[in-house]
Design a protein around this ligand. Structure first.
Ligand code: HEM
Length: 291
């Protein structure tokens, strides 16, 4: 019980900003809400700011100031000409056949030599180790991962600054210098984007091509990798890594979810923990058996 808050608010977890924003967005007919307590606009209509009117929605100075010590003037932390230049260089680099085949070789090696022998290993750790090896040719043991994680884990939503006053396509007015955020987790669970069964685990909703083949959806519907002009440059690599890990695990083991999270009732369903990398509260205990 939280003092001063109606029971329904506490029961639905609406005193937590993330849950509140999700509930408000789901109920909003336009897909945009203004949250006074957070002092910002949260929208699910992201195409306008990530593509159509990209130049009016930079990351902005507050973001650069917050992460400046950590990221310097690197691609993640700059706008305008400095970003354009780095984007061009990084696209050439990450798109080249030699860098791609080198990256895929490292992923295969890491799955074989690190992930499979230590089947209980932490998947965040695995992804971090792999990317260190690909990017720097280094074993991640020599980097302070805890520092990185704690510096970055506080990033709850993706946000941009509206440089000059603007009107979003749904008619929402946004002041100049105001923060506009979007929330991929909430967007992945909105009936107006995914239909009434948006909460159901139904992967076949993406197998709509000839003969039941996979058809990718618009990135603007679920922008976990962002979308538009600043879409993640490592998306393909990250997805390949996830596929390589899934195939290796499914081939070698039977995995059964156990304990609280294994139950199907809504109350016991896995609880999402936000952060730079998403996780499940209390982990996901499984029984694992080599096949
Ligand atoms: C599951 C893994 C990953 C996720 C969910 C992810 C997500 C994202 C997101 C949301 C952004 C936009 C950040 C922002 O502008 O605020 C981004 C940008 C970026 N990502 Fe990723 N990323 C992943 C893996 C990777 C990997 C493996 C690489 C490199 C090989 C990479 C390289 C980049 C780069 C260079 C940018 C900056 C693009 C720009 O600002 O133009 N990402 N990523």
């Amino acid at each position: 019980m939280c003092a001063g808050l109606p029971d329904r608010v506490v029961e639905e977890g609406l005193h937590q900003p993330r849950r509140l924003v999700r509930a408000l967005l789901r109920r909003s007919p336009m897909g945009t809400v203004h949250v006074h307590v957070l002092g910002c606009t949260v929208t699910a209509n992201v195409e306008y700011m990530l593509k159509t009117c990209f130049d009016n929605f930079p990351k902005g100075k507050p973001f650069a100031a917050l992460l400046g010590d950590l990221l310097g003037n690197g691609i993640f932390n700059v706008d305008g000409g400095a970003w354009r230049h780095q984007r061009k260089m990084a696209s050439l680099e990450l798109g080249s056949v030699s860098v791609r085949s080198y990256a895929f070789k490292i992923i295969a090696q890491e799955v074989e030599t690190r992930l499979m022998p230590k089947r209980g290993s932490d998947s965040n750790r695995f992804a971090f180790d792999t990317i260190c090896k690909i990017s720097f040719g280094l074993d991640s043991g020599c980097l302070d991962r805890d520092m990185l994680a704690s510096e970055l884990a506080s990033r709850p939503f993706d946000s941009k600054f509206c440089a000059a006053a603007d009107v979003l396509p749904d008619g929402t007015y946004v002041d100049g210098d105001a923060r506009v955020m979007y929330h991929p987790y909430a967007m992945g669970r909105m009936p107006r984007i995914w239909g009434a069964d948006c909460d159901a685990f139904r992967p076949d909703r993406w197998l709509t091509g000839a003969g039941g083949t996979f058809v990718p959806e618009s990135l603007y519907k679920y922008p976990v990798f962002q979308a538009g002009l600043r879409v993640c440059l490592g998306k393909e690599l990250a997805v390949t890594e996830m596929k390589a890990v899934s195939v290796a695990v499914v081939r070698a083991f039977d995995v059964e979810v156990v304990g609280e999270n294994g139950r199907s009732s809504a109350a016991a369903a896995p609880r999402f923990v936000p952060g730079l990398t998403a996780s499940i509260r209390g982990g996901l205990p499984v029984k694992i058996r080599r096949v």
